[in-house]
Design a binder for this molecule. Structure first.
Ligand code: G3H
Length: 528
């Protein structure tokens, strides 16, 4: 393999596979694990919630940790969960339907105060499990300790804030008189909600939709993501003891085996799914009334950073690298494309590369760590494929170590110039690859945004003034939130969060989610 160096930069354009071969993995020198995270006995989950606690004596799915290793460098088994079958999934559906009972069941007919008491009890019981849940988040998805703690605490706060918003909602004016009619207004649940969260926020985004759904009187079946599963085990008691039987059911296993019969039954009344667009399409297509099925979808998104000609480049690099690479770029709101004026593109990309390579790499418990091992075993290979494709089409890796795995951590690769022929221009990477796309006129960026299948937000970096206002105005017609000189993010949770294009449907915020999981119900009489 001929190695070329890009003049004066020390930057290599060798294929990453070639570079990777020369890198040792930490198999031979696995880092020491602090005792809190050195899970002694694996968690072998044999029970699950389905109209009460059930025992499973069938097959289990092994869970290995991306951050605990055996002496030979292989991932250590940290536990296992049940691989349920269609029969158990349908039992869960039956339990949820009984608890709902066409709106007459114990849960939907419980008073708002009763449901609030259950939810508050759950939050208190959940809080008792903070350490365990945080540890499992760290070990299973390699989220840094501060970020795992934040995910937990944000969720507790979200529960309380959702309860308060619900109290306000139900205490509102419920009778209104109009011309000739008096209307009694209320909101009704839909029925059985199938809730599927993503691996990158397995706790927070599952509960962000589950909590409002339950408060509004729906019952639920939760299918945890493919990874990020074991953290629900310590919460099972809290779910079981806080809610009446059948209100919250959990199913585990292969989605094709257990989700298909649920959807095909036509008895799921609301689908709440956060994950990839192709999986959402496959699941929806199984429902006999797909077109009418109420849904919340949070799907793939390629949120752009648009750097304007007079932006403070240093500040944009600083903020942009965080926006692109927090949790290794595995966020739906991560900055996944950088549009940079052609004249300064290479310089910007190089500065971004330097920052990306300087981020602190290590294990999630290391103080100040910013990049950790990738949770999915095949993720590094997928990232390398994207990088190699870009290099084959003329992009350069702007940071020499970009795309290598060093001590078990994938070093983010900053690619420049990225052009439409490259896969990274079109595909969502959801990981540590940072494409920088040169542009000459803002209209090119707007056209590229329009052509992208889905996005939630955009970040626009520029100096205050007319140019910035023009850009914000143009971009705001294509995304639901424009962040000026700051990265994209879902929070604060009181703000609405939604997608445009194929990035999803439905809006979550503390108050919007309550409305989304319920539908108006009216009784109208002629005024006397
Ligand atoms: O993965 C997608 C999340 O909704 C992003 O949430 O902006 O709070 O990190 P975040």
């Amino acid at each position: 393999m001929i190695q070329r160096e890009i003049a004066g930069t020390g930057i290599s354009d060798r294929p990453v596979s070639d570079q990777t071969e020369q890198q040792p993995n930490f198999g031979r020198q696995a880092p020491a694990v602090p005792s809190r995270f050195d899970l002694g006995t694996p968690i072998n989950q044999r029970s699950y919630l389905c109209g009460g606690e059930k025992q499973w004596d069938g097959a289990l799915q092994e869970v290995t940790s991306p951050v605990l290793h055996n002496a030979d460098g292989t991932r250590r088994v940290m536990g296992a969960y049940p691989v349920l079958k269609a029969e158990q999934a349908l039992e869960a559906l039956d339990a949820a339907k009984k608890a709902y009972d066409d709106g007459l069941g114990p849960w939907p007919s419980m008073s708002p105060e009763g449901r609030i008491a259950c939810m508050r009890q759950f939050a208190a019981r959940m809080l008792e499990k903070r350490d365990q849940v945080v540890t499992l988040l760290v070990l299973e998805i390699a989220k840094t300790v501060p970020d795992a703690e934040k995910e937990f605490d944000r969720t507790i706060e979200l529960i309380e804030n959702t309860v308060e918003a619900y109290e306000k909602l139900v205490s509102g004016d419920r009778e209104k008189s109009f011309e000739g009619v008096a209307a009694q207004l209320a909101r009704s649940p839909y029925g059985v909600v199938l809730n599927m969260g993503p691996f990158n926020y397995p706790l927070n985004e599952t509960l962000q939709t589950l909590v409002p759904a339950l408060l509004m009187g729906n019952t639920s079946i939760v299918k945890p993501p493919r990874i990020g599963v074991l953290l629900f085990e310590p919460l099972m008691e809290a779910f079981k003891e806080s809610f009446p039987s059948g209100v919250v059911n959990f199913i585990y296993g292969d989605g094709r085996e257990i989700i298909t019969p649920l959807m095909q039954s036509g008895e799921v009344d609301f689908l709440s799914f956060i994950g990839s667009t192709p999986v959402a399409k496959a699941i929806l297509g199984q429902h006999p009334s797909e077109v009418a099925l109420p849904r919340y979808l949070g799907l793939g998104s390629v949120d752009p950073a648009i750097i304007l000609p007079h932006a403070d480049q240093r500040a944009a690099v600083e903020e942009g690298v965080r926006g692109a690479l927090t949790f290794n770029g595995q966020r739906c709101t991560a900055l996944k494309r950088f549009f940079v004026p052609s004249v300064s593109g290479a310089e910007f990309a190089q500065a971004l590369g330097e920052k990306a390579s300087a981020l602190r790499r290590g294990m999630p418990w290391d103080p100040g760590v910013q990049l950790t091992p990738l949770a999915e075993e095949d993720k590094g290979a997928k990232m390398r494929e994207l990088i190699e494709d870009a290099v084959a089409h003329g992009a350069r890796i702007m940071n020499p170590d970009g795309g290598r795995e060093i001590d078990g951590v994938f070093v983010p690769a900053v690619l420049f110039p990225v052009t439409p022929e490259m896969r990274i221009y079109r595909e969502e990477q959801f990981g540590p690859v940072v494409p920088v796309i040169p542009y000459d006129d803002l209209s090119e960026v707007i056209a590229a945004l329009k052509a992208a299948p889905g996005r939630h937000q955009a970040s626009v970096f520029g100096a205050e003034g007319a140019d910035l206002e023009t850009a914000v105005g143009a971009v705001s017609r294509l995304v639901h939130r424009v962040n000026v000189n700051t990265q994209c993010q879902r929070g604060p949770d009181a703000l609405p969060f939604t997608g445009t294009g194929e990035a999803g449907i439905g809006t979550i915020s503390i108050s919007d989610a309550l409305l989304m999981f319920s539908t108006p119900r009216l009784v109208v009489r002629k005024s006397t």
